[in-house]
Design a protein around this ligand. Sequence first.
Ligand SMILES: [Zn+2]
Length: 140
Amino acid sequence: MSLHYLEQYCPRLMYISFLGSDELGHLNDYAGYIKALKTYDDFMDELYTKLESMGEYGKSTTVFLSTDHGRGVGPFFRHHSVMKFTEKKIFLFVKGPHTKKMGRTRKKSHDQTYIRTTVEKIFGLPLTHNQNYLKEVVQE
Ligand SMILES: [Zn+2]
């Protein structure tokens, strides 16, 4: 679906939020959860390959991929009513012409609130929510 949208409408920005793993986590389906993560990994590979094949358009498109929230550890894997710190950590993939190539890192953790301001910073918009954006992602 997302790849079709990408080809059809050529957006400058795509934000894709993976939701299926969360549902499986709430069902305490760890095997299904891991399978969903592998599906995401395959999709990311497909998306990356697609963007690379789209020439200048692919190079100028900014993509954010994430989940709605992370998972807690141990007994906090299934539920998130308390929103432990580990649940606020998110997986985030960012690719675009104004982003740094930093590879895979776990140096810092951020939550969803940083995505909006990071998009605003990348596109030269005023930061409307707060001044916190992902400095390690934005190429200035
Ligand atoms: Zn959830």
